[in-house]
Design a protein around this ligand. Structure first.
Ligand code: CU
Length: 519
């Protein structure tokens, strides 16, 4: 199953890192590693369905720029990587947790088995429940044939431990183990997931089962609920398609998009897992995560409403009950559902095709019998601002404009994405901040696609969505609907290189990414 090629990327990486002080990475290391990765990619992994026609090669080259750039990301970043690499490889005492990355045959439904990758043989991976501020060590063993990396999404951790190679975090080499140590904060529903490049390979990174909940408990947990349920939505069996071949609407020059063959909550398609068993009168806390690589999910539970208490793990200023919950990729919502309509129900995607793919789970009241019931919820557009304060926000020290645009790939080609006219790695640095200052990012999505924009290692305050102002909603990922504007404010309070990117795996790999740096 291992790589048959002569070129060992991990070895190259460490050799180059070790010499960072005497070499110009941009002119030398980057080129060498780019060649090296080309060799690796050209060898089919796992003998699987991977294929690469010659027409894919230019797009693949640009996708690869992300990794090769990182390796040559500047002497400072590389020196940092070297130091951390040494620190993390001296593994003595047992870690608090260990995660093993390995292939998995996942049975989504009886007889429906897909080949994927996962942590510790389960999807999602084990739920890590950590205490806020208490140091934790996690060993990551990589039993796959490519170097991997795990990002701690929503946590304030130093760049080298954040799990983003673009920030200088080291990869977990294939066949190797690396220890991550950090003090988790802030409290809330976070998650961990692969932050590797998938490129055109729809079995890798977020297209796979490499994700899990990471819940940081506050010093005092109110626990005002009777039962807790963790549900992670995911779409599986992706394939590249030209949307204009399937329906009218997409522009004729649009490039390939990913479509999926199945979907699940956790590891099972709708109707094939254990139901969520509840009793009348219970208040059930659902921690919902959209771990899909590219798909939005809108969810409902007929006859019930979701009281939203936290978004992206952060308590909202105004708790509201809604009929429909909307989550873009990487977003989380903590919701309480009052179980006051006995029956057998489907908690699932409001789009019929999503439930047909398997996106849903049966909610079964005690002593109730029969077929699971579904009825469409009232039409209710998602609006972040209803969870906020209606008060003015303090003005920022500086305002920065970010414009997101698509460079269509054409029929059968891959799209590229730009931020202020440039694609990663040419976006670097996106902007530079000064510790302690408050910044406003005025973001414009000049495309017909959604973009869940994620900032690593920081939370931001949503201050304007379209023309509506709001305050107090703290997030790490915000979905920008097509042709929309959003303003978010954040304080530069966690020095170190920090990634900003779209959380659609394909958009991220196609250039929608940049680094914010500190002075
Ligand atoms: Cu995007």
């Amino acid at each position: 199953m291992g790589w048959a090629g002569p070129c060992d990327a991990a070895k190259w990486r460490f050799a180059l890192i070790g010499r960072a002080d005497t070499r110009d990475p941009a002119s030398c290391a980057g080129t060498l590693v780019r060649l090296c990765i080309w060799t690796l990619i050209r060898i089919p992994p796992l003998g699987s369905s991977y294929s690469m026609s010659t027409s894919h090669q230019p797009a693949l080259a640009s996708l690869l720029d992300r990794r090769s750039f990182v390796i040559g990301a500047g002497a400072a970043g590389i020196a940092l990587g070297a130091a951390i690499g040494e620190a993390y490889t001296q593994i003595a005492a047992a870690a608090d947790y260990s995660l093993r990355i390995a292939p998995l045959k996942l049975e989504l439904a009886p007889g429906k088995v897909i080949e994927t990758f996962a942590y510790n043989g389960t999807v999602p991976g084990p739920a890590l429940r950590l205490r806020e501020g208490r140091q934790v060590s996690i060993d990551i063993r990589n039993d796959t044939d490519v170097d991997e990396i795990i990002h701690w999404h929503g946590l304030y951790v130093p760049s080298p431990a954040d799990g983003a190679m673009e920030e200088g975090s080291p990869m977990v080499p294939r066949g190797g183990t690396r220890r991550y140590t950090f003090a988790p904060k802030p409290a809330g529903t976070r998650w961990y997931h692969s932050h590797d490049i998938a490129g055109t390979d729809l079995t890798r990174s977020l297209y796979s089962g490499m994700y899990g909940f990471l819940i940081v408990a506050p010093a005092a947990d109110a626990g005002r609920y009777d039962q807790e349920v963790l549900l992670a939505a995911h779409h599986w069996e992706g394939s590249w398609v030209s949307m204009q071949d399937l329906r009218k609407g997409p522009p004729p020059d649009n490039g390939l998009e990913v479509m999926y063959g199945s979907a699940s909550f956790n590891d099972k398609m709708l109707g094939h897992g254990e139901p969520v068993r509840v009793r009348e009168g219970q208040r059930v806390l659902f921690r919902l995560l959209n771990a899909s690589p590219t798909e939005n999910v809108a969810l409902a539970l007929p006859g019930h409403r979701f009281t939203v208490i936290a978004l992206d793990g952060n308590p909202v200023p105004t708790q509201r009950s809604v009929d429909t919950l909307f989550l873009a990729p990487a977003e989380r919502a903590d919701v309480v559902i009052e179980m006051n309509r006995p029956g057998i129900w489907i908690l699932g995607g409001i789009k019929d095709e999503d439930r047909t793919l398997g996106l849903g789970v049966v909610v079964e009241y005690a002593n109730q019998h029969g077929e699971p019931q579904w009825s469409p919820p009232p039409d209710s557009p998602w609006d972040y601002t209803i969870f906020g304060h209606d008060r003015p926000v303090s003005s920022p020290d500086e305002r920065l404009d970010l414009l997101f645009e698509k460079v269509p790939g054409g029929h059968g080609g891959y799209n590229r994405w730009t931020i202020n006219g440039k694609s990663w790695p040419n976006t670097n640095p996106l902007f530079t901040t000064e510790t302690g200052k408050r910044y406003r990012l005025a973001m414009t999505n000049k495309s017909g696609d959604n973009h869940p924009v994620h900032i690593h290692r920081h939370s931001f305050e949503v201050t304007k969505v379209g023309e509506k102002t709001t305050a107090g909603v703290m997030k790490d990922t915000i979905n920008m609907t097509r042709f929309s504007t959003v303003e978010i404010d954040f304080t530069a309070d966690d020095p170190g290189p920090t990634l900003l990117h779209c959380h659609h795996q394909d958009h991220q790999d196609e250039g929608f990414m940049g680094l914010m740096t500190y002075l």
